[in-house]
Design a protein around this ligand. Structure first.
Ligand code: EPZ
Length: 432
């Protein structure tokens, strides 16, 4: 099991290239099921989760080809062509779905295209129970018959799904994406009220329009979809990853360094940049993306509350907690999206962070210095927050179970080492 070894204390300076958004790609890829023509996706990140989604789609009968020349080691420059000419299997099996919850995003497209689907319930994960009840209720409103049997969602829609007026009682990114895809081929108009406005949802909507879907209100909380008979193929480039951008912005801030994030979409970073600037970090847009500097002055504690987009993203909460652990003064961090997203706290505490959790809030008192330690990654964003804390800590840190990291961050040690970080991956305990 790979581990990552870090010796902290070096201010990071240089450039980091931002890849395509994992959470956009995981919705764009199943969209290929909606047409028998080819969907060509570029700027896909090279991540374990992307491979898992590709494996899932392949067992549904999707033909895939990766073309183009890779540049700087990743998938940048590569184009993944996905063609669901015929869907031979409408079951998404437990052994694939349990590895990645986003697998549930094949449900809407399979129902819309084939009129049936058998998808394993994703089950919970480290950060919460994460049910899919809102997805299922909305599909039933569109005329689907849904049963739960043996841990599987058994869904059927004889004839065709019908447009409906869906009001989500709480904002759900995956729920919005599943219904959005299903509605593109449904009969009549579907309205999704209280829809998620995350940029990854917008990316999916824009790709579906490129495939011939009729969608109004893109980027707003109310999406209107006029169902069409069929969709056609398209070429689409995945939006840059705003969470990867925010993560490396914190790497610059926590090491008091100066990094340019090339390819970053500055306009998608408003809530994160507002918090960073309140802390005393200097953030500015550049022609290539954005520059983050913290090599002058102190970092101060600020209060943060996670909210649906355009609020402060829950996927950045652990990373900001690492930064606040090294700030001057106190910070109150409130997690409003998931019920158990403080798994990084005990591990950061072992590095000398002073954090007290009270329900969905954590009080962080900045420490003059963190110290390196052996720590355990528990989920994707928690694991990268430990890497960030280690970059600022005195001495050596070993982060265990880095497979969590590889699900969402492409070549993280290479990108950080290129900016001066003392970081290496230990394959089964031996430096690569
Ligand atoms: C997406 O998860 C992201 N994953 C998550 O990123 C992200 O944290 C989350 O949106 C919130 O922004 C992908 O896009 C692949 P939700 P999703 O449905 O769609 C509850 C990462 O680190 N809920 O918006 O699963 C749910 O339990 C990952 O990259 C229901 O109760 O999130 C949660 O508390 C982690 N019933 C809240 O809503 C439902 O039917 C938000 O969930 C659906 C959701």
């Amino acid at each position: 099991m790979d581990r990552i070894r870090i010796v902290g204390g070096t201010p990071l300076k240089g450039t980091i290239t931002i890849g395509g958004a994992k959470n956009a790609a995981l919705a764009l890829m199943p969209a290929c099921l909606l047409t028998e023509e080819t969907l060509a996706l570029s700027n896909l990140p090279h991540l374990v989760d992307i491979t898992t989604m590709a494996n899932l789609l392949a067992q549904h009968g999707v033909m895939m080809a990766l073309n183009g020349n890779a540049t700087n080691g990743g998938h940048t420059g590569r184009v993944l062509e996905l063609t669901a000419a015929a869907i031979g299997n409408t079951t998404a099996p437990y052994d694939l779905v349990r590895k990645m919850r986003a697998s549930v995003l094949v449900l809407g497209p399979l129902l819309a295209r084939c009129g049936e689907a058998r998808v394993s319930l994703p089950g919970g994960c480290a950060i919460g129970t994460r049910p899919v009840d809102l997805h299922l209720k909305a599909l039933e409103q569109m005329g689907a018959r849904i049963e739960l049997d043996g841990g599987y969602i058994i869904a059927s829609a004889p004839g065709r799904l019908k447009g409906a007026h869906i009001i989500f009682p709480q904002i759900t990114v995956g729920g919005t994406e599943n219904i959005l895809m299903a509605a593109t081929l449904a009969e009549g108009e579907t309205v999704i009220a209280n829809a998620a406005r995350e940029p990854e949802v917008t990316d999916l909507a824009e790709c579906l329009v490129a495939m011939g879907a009729r969608i109004d209100g893109i980027g707003t909380g109310t999406l209107k979809i006029q169902g069409v008979e069929r969709l056609h193929g398209a070429e689409y480039s995945v939006v840059p990853d705003r969470i990867e951008t925010g993560t490396y912005a914190v790497a610059a801030a926590i090491t008091r360094g100066d990094i340019e994030l090339v390819g970053a979409r500055f306009d998608l970073m408003e809530s994160v940049n507002k918090v960073l600037m309140e802390c005393g970090v200097h953030v500015e847009e550049t022609p290539r993306g954005m520059r983050v500097r913290a090599d002058k002055g102190d970092i101060n504690g600020v209060d943060i509350m996670t909210e649906p987009y355009p609020g402060f993203p829950t996927d950045m909460q652990a990373q900001l907690m690492a930064l606040m652990s090294t700030a001057h003064g106190a910070s109150m961090i409130t997690e409003t999206i998931f019920e158990n997203r403080f798994m990084h706290v005990p591990e950061m505490t072992r590095m000398g962070a002073r954090i007290n959790v009270h329900g969905s809030s954590a009080i962080v008192r900045g420490a003059p210095k963190l110290s390196g330690a052996q720590v355990m990654a528990t989920d994707l964003r928690a694991s990268v927050s430990l890497v960030l804390a280690a970059l600022a800590a005195d001495g050596e840190t070993i982060v265990n179970r880095v497979y969590h990291l590889d699900r969402g961050y492409e070549r993280v040690e290479e990108k950080l080492a290129a900016c001066g970080a003392k970081i290496e991956r230990l394959k089964d305990g031996v430096a690569e």
